[in-house]
Design a protein around this ligand. Sequence first.
Ligand code: PGA
Length: 262
Amino acid sequence: MTISNEKPFLAGNWKMHKTIPEAVEMVKALKEESPQLTDAELVVIPPYTMLSEVKKVIEGSTIQLGAQNIFWEEKGAFTGEVSPPMLKDAGCQYVTIGHSERRQYFGETNETVNKKIKAALAHELTPIMCIGESLEEREKGNTMDKVGTQINSGLEGLGKDEIRRIVIAYEPIWAIGTGVTATPPQAEEVHSFIRKKLTEKYGNEIASYAIILYGGSVKPANTYSILKENNINGALVGGASLEADSFIQITKEAIKAYKEKK
Ligand code: PGA
């Protein structure tokens, strides 16, 4: 699937939350509102256990499904892992790769991120590659170095046709789940750096269509000002995506901001 950023892109990362009945209730409410939200791309990213039940509910709507992680092998003796064909089978189109919580608690590195991105692409899944700096790295002035390295290593060995099929999410670690959001200019500075880097590496056409999301304490009240920035094409939303109401509100704010800047 080739990427285009004509519409704002909103992905709800549920992390390790919800039972199957709670998930079904949430996506039913979202589906009901979805005919009013067709000016946005909407993706829900539940835990593995509820993927196929959620898929059944969203069938026939514009809402798409993503998973939170993937392993790079197709099958075999890898206890506890889930493969790209299994995610396709469950109805996923997207998969987040290299979320900072995976890097921090589960030993993900730029190398494993790169392997996972290649495996996802090989199976027609769209990776959402997560990158971002810690507070310490920001305070030392190392934000662009960190993000630049994550891009270079995460995308290593990929050709232009593959880069066209990747979503990037910039999530400063200090803003995730903390209630502290990057200010719109702070986020825009990194987003424009990312787009410039994509231009240098892959040319202007790919860079200008690339979807670059912001993530980290996105809420209905701050979505508009963040999405108004030139290089911000959407949001990867954690906590505020768990309830249908706030995710719908965020989507409406994103649509409004996007229309005004076009
Ligand atoms: P948050 O999480 O919106 O709860 O800060 C964002 C994320 O981790 O993707």
